[in-house]
Design a protein. Structure first.
Length: 574
C-alpha cells in the first residue's frame, strides 16, 4: 500500500513550498481541503521576520484555525528538534497579543484576520501544529503541552467572551500515517456496533448485501455523540454544507423530533449506512463498523440536539455490506445516494442540471477536468490531478470575477450552500469556457504572487506588490479589479460578463493570456490597498478602490492602446 510519504513526494505541486508543502499536505489529509495552491497563496507566512509562524490557515465557515511551524528533514534523524516546537510560543504572542502596529507586515494580515475572527466568534477550535517528517518524541510532546497552555491563557485573556477549544499536535510520521490511512479507509468507526430493531429484511445484489429496518433516534443520537464526524468518514469529503447552521433543513429535523416524534419516520427520507458486515438475531443488529453515506443532515441535527430524542421517534435505515471492500462500488454508492436526495439540493449541487451541463461542456476543453460540485479534498491532493478545476476554487473564481471578492474569500462553501449565491454564479449563462476564463485569471495572479515572493532581490515596486499580496483576500480583490476592467481592455461595452471566454482553450493556455494582463496591471495594485485595511469586508471601500484602479488602467490604455491586443484577440465574447 502506498504510504503518506510516497503520496507527498509524488505531488510535485507542493515542492515549490519547501517545508511548508508538508503542512499543506497535512491540511488536505486532516480537513479535506482542496486546491492547495490557493490555500498556500493565502496561508503561508514563512520567510524573513515571520516571527516563527510558517502557516496560518483560518476557516471561518468551518470555525477553525490552524497555526503551523514546519520542519522537513532530508536526512534520517531520530526526532525533530524540540526548539522549533517551543518557537510556536513566540509566534502565538505576535499573532494574539502584540500591538498590531508592531506586528511585521509578513504576518500582520494573518494577525488582523485571526483576531477579527476570534472577536466575532467565528472560530471555535484552534489547532497548533508542529509539522515534520520524523518520528514523534516525548521532548516535542512536552514542549507542545506548554505551548497549548500558553495559547489557552493568551486567548482567554485577549478574547474572554469567545469559547475556544485549543489543541497542540505534533504532526509527525505516526500522525501523518494515521491521517493518510483514514483517507484510504471509507469506514473509520471500525468497532462492533449493536443497534436494537424489531423488524427488517435482507436484500442481496451481485457484490453486496443489505439489511433494511427502522432504528431509534436515540440510538442515532448516542452514535453521533460517541463518534462525532467519524460516522461520516465515507462521504464527508464529498459533502457540502454539513454544519447545522448552513440549512433550515436541520431546524426542521430537530423540530419534528421534538414536536412530532411518532411521525418522524414518515417525514424523513432515511439513512444509508455502509458496513463491513452485519448479522441480525433476537431484535439486535450487529454491525462490523459503519459509515453514514446518506443522512448526514439527519444525523448531525439529531446528534447535536440538547437532549435525548423521544423513544417513539424512528428513522428508516438500510445497512449495506460490500463484498471484499470493492472501492469502485463504494464510491458509486456514495455518489448515487447523495445525488438522488432532492431535499438536500441546497447543500449538494453535483447533480443538478447546470452542473451536469458544465461537466459535459468541460469534456471538450483540453487539459481540463471538472467534477461539478463534488469536493475532492484529501483524495485529490493525494492523487494529484493536475488538470482538475476544483469545485470550491471554481466557485470562488466566478464570485471574484463577477464583482464579489468578499464572497469569494469568505464564503467558499456558502457559494454552494446559499441559493442566492449559487444561482448568481451558476446559471444558464455560465459556460465551461467562462469558468476556465475566470479560474485561469485567479491562477495567473496566484502564480505571479509566488514568483515575486521567491525573488532573490526585490525592487521597490516588487516590495509594494508583495506587501499588497500579503494582505488576506488580495488575490480575489485583484481578480475582481481586473475583471472590472474588461471593457477597458476590449475597448467596447461588455453587457454580460458571463460571455467573456477564450473558446475551447486549455486552462494553462488561458493562464498565459491573463499573465500578460496581470503583469501590466500589477504595479497599480497599491490603489486597492484601502479596500483591504482591516480585512476584506467593506463593500463600499471595495467599489471605491476598484473604481480608482479602473480609471488608472483606462488612462494607461489610452496612452498605450496596443497593450492588451493579446487579450482582445483571445476573448471570444460577442
Amino acid at each position: 500500500m502506498s504510504s503518506w510519504k510516497n503520496a507527498y513526494e509524488s505531488n510535485s505541486d507542493l515542492t515549490e513550498y519547501g517545508d511548508n508543502g508538508l503542512a499543506l499536505f497535512s491540511l488536505a489529509l486532516k480537513f479535506g481541503v482542496d486546491d492547495l495552491q490557493n490555500i498556500a497563496a493565502d496561508a503561508i507566512t514563512d520567510g524573513y521576520d515571520d516571527k516563527k509562524l510558517d502557516l496560518v490557515y483560518i476557516n471561518t465557515e468551518d470555525e477553525y484555525a490552524v497555526i503551523c511551524q514546519c520542519y522537513y528533514s532530508t536526512k534520517e534523524r531520530p526526532t525533530a528538534p524540540a526548539n522549533k516546537a517551543s518557537d510556536l510560543n513566540t509566534g502565538l504572542a505576535w499573532l494574539i497579543q502584540r500591538d498590531i502596529a508592531d506586528v511585521p507586515d509578513r504576518i500582520k494580515s494573518a494577525a488582523i484576520n485571526f483576531r477579527t475572527a476570534l472577536s466575532e466568534k467565528q472560530i471555535k477550535t484552534v489547532y497548533i501544529w508542529y509539522v515534520h517528517n520524523l518520528p514523534e518524541s516525548l521532548n516535542v510532546h512536552d514542549e507542545l503541552v506548554s505551548v497549548q497552555q500558553t495559547a489557552i491563557t493568551a486567548l482567554n485573556a485577549a478574547f474572554p467572551a469567545t469559547k475556544l477549544d485549543v489543541h497542540a499536535y505534533e504532526v509527525g510520521q505516526t500522525m501523518l500515517s494515521d491521517w493518510y490511512e483514514e483517507c484510504q479507509t471509507p469506514i473509520l468507526v471500525s468497532e462492533t456496533v449493536t443497534i436494537q430493531c424489531k423488524d427488517g429484511y435482507t436484500v442481496k445484489g451481485p457484490h453486496w448485501e443489505a439489511f433494511n429496518t427502522a432504528i431509534s433516534l436515540q440510538d442515532l443520537y448516542r452514535l453521533y455523540k460517541k463518534h462525532k464526524t467519524k460516522v461520516f468518514s465515507a462521504n464527508i469529503r464529498d459533502y457540502l454544507g454539513s454544519r447545522s447552521s448552513n440549512s433550515n433543513i436541520n431546524n426542521g429535523i430537530k423540530n419534528t423530533a421534538d414536536n412530532d416524534p411518532q411521525n418522524f419516520w414518515a417525514y424523513n427520507n432515511g439513512l444509508t449506512i455502509l458496513t463491513h458486515g452485519f448479522s441480525y438475531e433476537n431484535d439486535q443488529l450487529m454491525l462490523e463498523g459503519l459509515s453514514i453515506v446518506n443522512g448526514a443532515q439527519t444525523t448531525g441535527a439529531i446528534g447535536s440536539a440538547r437532549r435525548l430524542p423521544s423513544k417513539h421517534a424512528m428513522v428508516q435505515a438500510r445497512f449495506i455490506a460490500i463484498d471484499n471492500g470493492d472501492a469502485d462500488l463504494v464510491q458509486r454508492i456514495i455518489q448515487f445516494n447523495n445525488s438522488q436526495n432532492k431535499v438536500e439540493a441546497a447543500d449538494f449541487r453535483s447533480t443538478d442540471k447546470i452542473q451536469k451541463r458544465l461537466k459535459d461542456e468541460m469534456n471538450y476543453i483540453p487539459e481540463a477536468e471538472y467534477e461539478g460540485g463534488r469536493r475532492g479534498g484529501a483524495g485529490d491532493a493525494i492523487k494529484r490531478r493536475p488538470n482538475l478545476l476544483a469545485s470550491y476554487a471554481v466557485g470562488q473564481a466566478l464570485a471574484a470575477f463577477h464583482g464579489d471578492p468578499i464572497v469569494a474569500y469568505n464564503q467558499k462553501s456558502g457559494i454552494w450552500v446559499n441559493d442566492r449565491y449559487y444561482s448568481k454564479y451558476f446559471n444558464e449563462n455560465t459556460k465551461a469556457t467562462h469558468i476556465v476564463c475566470a479560474y485561469s485569471l485567479v491562477k495567473a495572479i496566484t502564480e505571479k504572487k509566488q514568483q515575486i515572493s521567491t525573488k532573490a532581490s526585490l525592487t521597490k515596486v516588487d516590495e509594494d506588490i508583495l506587501a499588497f499580496f500579503r494582505q488576506r483576500g488580495s488575490i480575489y480583490l485583484f481578480t475582481s479589479a481586473i475583471a472590472a476592467c474588461t471593457e477597458v481592455f476590449l475597448g467596447r461595452q461588455v453587457p454580460n460578463r458571463f460571455r467573456i471566454a477564450f473558446g475551447n482553450m486549455s486552462p494553462s493556455e488561458a493562464k498565459q493570456i491573463w499573465s500578460s494582463v496581470v503583469e501590466t496591471t500589477l504595479p497599480l495594485c497599491i490603489h486597492l490597498n484601502d479596500a483591504l485595511a482591516g480585512g476584506l469586508k467593506n463593500t463600499t471601500d471595495i467599489e471605491k478602490a476598484i473604481s480608482s484602479f479602473r480609471a488608472i488602467v483606462s488612462a494607461v490604455s489610452m496612452s498605450q492602446p496596443e497593450l492588451y491586443n493579446g487579450l482582445k484577440a483571445a476573448i471570444k465574447a460577442p
